[in-house]
Ligand binder design. Structure first.
Ligand code: 9Z3
Length: 432
């Protein structure tokens, strides 16, 4: 008979939720973020304004509690930051839950890029700082929009770093959005890690690359030390090293292996004790909790990222079927700035593409002859149901931001969502 107890009343995803959030502590800033989000939501709910929660950027996976090393991903936060600007333009109030130091709405035009913001400025004759005339018009547009969002308090920025921070923040803010009913929109563009190191297996201190300090250590062991100890109990032949000696000293009491295998290029391969083997657990899938419990009336848009064109639509539809939310926006790593596919329940897949004549950034803005093969089979606006061939796309960024097409399309879905909720609720109005 099993010695551990199971909760027989709570659904499995609820058990997972409690287990995860109880064992992975929240970020320190969570109470302040909750207070800020609550007052922001109240203000906009009172104005009957739609509120979108945008998640943006990557999440880190720490390998140590006092974190020196972590696993990360590619996401710069371009999708999220750019989408935020178009949502603000469409009249939404935006909660921007983003990875710290990733791109931010408006300032993204002058940060991170190859265009350093200092290159847009020069010193005027009177010693003042002046914007370069060639860039003044755009700078003024961006500045006005940013100032307007600040003045109207329509943009709330909440940073996170780790996967656990992200999940705590997402749950808290989504729950706060409940009073918005169908006027709430969740737009989950962050690139969220699927794997993490659970706290019981996480080293407290920096993982050591040698065993030189093992005998100095007291109290909780590091992950590497535990590994070395486990390995000491294993057969000497395990680990593929042929005649290699295990952990510190050979069976025959010879020199520590560090000396034997100091050169990492030598053959046989480095001994196991010198490698770092990271054992990751899957991050529980909380989208179901979001749909059923955290924000049950809001519209939920998730993003699906793939690199294999053959998988994208299937995986997007699988996600929609599994979590029963409203819309999955599929995109491929290599073409994500040129095309996405909308996959929704009871609807045909809909590809949204930057038109051919806006795919290349040119000074004149004139049509560039890119993607001749693609042009033959598509109208440029999305006639083809097959993903674009990345080889037909120009280097760099397209002239037109695809978010300028994505956000109006999402807004239209959201309007339908609000309308049908209003009809179901007997006509109570929900607008902006
Ligand atoms: C996306 O697919 C975003 O569009 C990107 C944007 C991360 C590709 P960038 O920040 O990139 O502009 O550089 N986000 C969702 C990625 C994700 O983690 N999705 C999960 C998955 O694919 C499901 S929610 O399994």
């Amino acid at each position: 008979m099993s010695s551990h107890t199971t909760n027989t009343t709570a659904p499995l995803h609820q058990v997972d939720e409690n287990a995860y959030f109880n064992s992975n502590p929240p970020p320190k800033a969570l109470p302040q973020h909750i207070a800020a989000a609550e007052s922001f939501i109240n203000q906009h709910a009172a104005a009957n304004r739609r509120v979108v929660l945008i998640t943006s950027g990557g999440t880190t996976v720490p390998l140590e509690k006092q974190t020196v090393r972590f696993i990360d991903n590619f996401s710069a936060g371009t999708r999220g930051a750019t989408s935020a600007e178009y949502f603000l333009e469409a009249g939404y109030a935006v909660i921007f839950l983003h990875r710290q130091f990733s791109l931010l709405p408006y300032s993204r035009h002058y940060s991170h890029s190859t265009d350093c913001f200092l290159d847009f400025l020069y010193e005027g004759a009177d010693g003042s700082v002046v914007a370069n005339p060639a860039h003044q018009e755009k700078m003024m547009r961006v500045l006005r929009k940013y100032t307007d969002a600040k003045r109207r308090n329509t943009l709330l920025m909440l940073p996170f770093v780790t996967i656990t921070d992200y999940l705590h923040e997402l749950r808290a803010v989504a729950q706060l959005m409940r009073p918005l009913g169908p006027n709430g929109l969740l737009y989950l563009a962050a690139a969220v890690s699927d794997f993490f190191v659970p706290p019981e297996r996480m080293a407290e201190h920096k993982i050591q690359s040698t065993d030189a300090t093992d005998k100095l250590r007291q109290g909780p062991t590091t992950m590497r030390q535990e590994k070395r100890e486990q390995q000491q109990q294993q057969q000497p032949s395990e680990g593929g090293g042929g005649n290699q000696k295990q952990n510190g000293s050979g069976k025959d009491g010879a020199q520590p292996e560090e000396e034997t295998f100091d050169n990492f290029d030598s053959s046989p391969a480095v001994p196991r004790s010198k490698r770092l083997i990271v054992d990751l657990d899957p991050v529980p899938k909380f989208l179901k909790n979001l749909v059923d419990g955290w924000a049950p009336e809001g519209m939920i848009v998730s993003f699906k990222l793939e690199t294999d064109p053959g998988l994208l639509v299937h995986k997007a539809r699988y996600s929609l079927d599994r979590y029963q939310h409203h819309l999955v926006v599929g995109n491929l790593l290599s073409t994500r700035k040129w095309e996405v596919v909308f996959v929704g329940a009871g609807r045909d897949d809909r590809w949204i593409r930057v038109p051919i004549n806006r795919r290349k950034k040119t000074i004149s803005g004139a049509e560039e002859l890119v993607g001749a093969a693609e042009r033959d089979r598509s109208t440029g606006g999305g006639g083809s149901n097959r993903p674009l061939d990345p080889a037909t796309l120009p280097e760099g960024e397209p002239e037109m931001e695809i978010e300028s097409l994505i956000i109006p399309a999402v807004e239209e879905w959201h309007s339908k969502h609000v309308e049908s909720a209003t009809t179901r609720n007997g006509g109570a109005s929900a607008s902006r």
